[in-house]
Design a protein around this ligand. Sequence first.
Ligand code: GDP
Ligand code: MG
Length: 602
Amino acid sequence: IDVNKIRNFSIVAHVDHGKSTLADRLLEITGVIKPGAEHAQILDNLQVERERGITVKAVTASLNYTLNNEQYLLNLIDTPGHVDFSNEVVRSVAACQGVILLVDANEGIQAQTVAVHSLAKKNNLVIIPTLNKVDLPRANPDKVKAQLKSVFNIDPETVMSISAKKGWGVKELLEAVIQRIPPPQVNNDEHFRAHIIDTWHDKFRGVLCLAYIHSGKVKVGQSVRWKSDPKQHSVKYLALLRPKEEPIEEATAGQVVMVGCGPKGGGNVGDQLLALESSENADVSSIPPVRHMVYAGIFPADQSQHPLLSDAIKKLALNDSAVSVKNDTSPALGQGWRVGFLGLLHLDVFTQRLLQEYKAEAILTAPSVPYKVKVQGSKAIKKYKGEEVIITNPLLLPEAQNIAEYYEPFVIGTIITPVEYIGTVTTLCIDRRGTPLPSSAVDESMTMLQFILPLSEVVIDFHDTLKSITSGFASFDYQDHGFHPSALVRLDILLNGVLVEELSTIVHVSRLEYNARRLTEKLKEMIPRQMVQVAIQAVVAGKVFARETIKAYRKDVTAKLYGGDVTRRKKLLKQQAEGKKKMRSVANIKIPRNTFIDVLKR
Ligand code: GDP
Ligand code: MG
């Protein structure tokens, strides 16, 4: 195929502005699916995507379209809109020359619109600004065009108007894609070189990859190697995704194709697949590394399930390159993993996919953000292999006397809100330890606010709170702002003077007393009475910040029963015995296992 007839593009937008619906229309126009077909949002093929109505994975569809008797190959990449999946967007745009920037003509510019616009700009992509949902009676295209002009300096003349739902203007939009977005720039004389933008696992064929070919061409049967590994492989599978696989024999520079090198062939996102002759240090636009925003422990429901869960996590991590997985052990929960995620929705989706796609049930510990410390003393520096240590698990925080400085991760939060909520939103952000940055008007009724915020204050429930205090009208997005010095301490929990490792948390000093009180009160509710009195203490470096006491009590579940009913009595005793197995014992105090999971939740 002539590279001048290729267009690689992606649809980017704030969540719910209509990306997946538009993708359906594009598939219809190009004959991939029948108009009015039952299966709406055809590219959202994961069960979790269908249930939640959100796109989680970026998906590719290669479409044929004829304009002025010329046939074009259009590679559409549907991307998720939620912040938690922004790395999928980043990887997709790396293979694109342009984007359709979709904006709901009723809602106007939202926080993620700003984020995806700046991403497209950063990557020098051609932007086709497009208003969607113009069929809605409350749609106000002129108002939103004015917003685009004032926020992004977009010429109103260049803005397309469509209704993805009704199909209005979609054909014109597709022609604008061909006319405005340039073909990929490639060098056909060089050796084959492709970068991997996605991978997934196939039961029979091993790892399959979505690859963007930078230069040269590739054939089925050709010998290739990974940039990361000199071992020789041969290309076994080559296909266009339409979005169903259509096997091909050969693919050329500029194309986005599926490749696989068989069950032992490997493949990782960000790696490059090269012709054997290709020079090792070939320079290809690289994909920025992922920064994990929350970490949580994942454990099997019981240890016999460990191999099953291990296998499932391995395979899912392959399809979801944004997670990081490390082995972890916990006295209460056994062998497991410490897993890094981009956010809480990402974490939720990951565990849901484990269950739905791999039938693997997992227990999750309370999520926490990563912290950083600078250690002092030559012994400590040697032990931690350097001065700077990233802490993904509060348990692994070095001793206080070895820490020279604590750092906490910050983000720049962007909020677009109706002007009447500016005061409420500002109060929320200040309350979350935010520092305001200059704000700017979107138009006379909407404002864009920006704050530097600690990540720990936004990952858990910030978005829900923001939505509820603004009646759902404010939108939020955030970008990494790196680590900054902060006043942090490790808050420990002691039961009758004995440290319970799993319950240690890292908190900001301003939150210390509140957290200490809340934790001890919750533990008092959750730990059953014991034969001995139990003292619960929240402690920082030996100093007690909160204390609760559980009075001693002899628990006998059969005491209230009539003597005659032997089977019932036996059953109860058995249940009690089983319950005991799921306990963790600290200083002879029996703690139900789920306490460790539930107590740290907000
Ligand atoms: P995404 O999150 O950007 O992928 O958005 P979806 O494609 O899932 O669309 C979100 C919602 O908006 C769905 O309920 C769609 O039916 C609806 N929608 C999408 N496009 C239009 C449109 O042009 N007009 C109207 N009225 N609704 C639309
Ligand atoms: Mg979608």
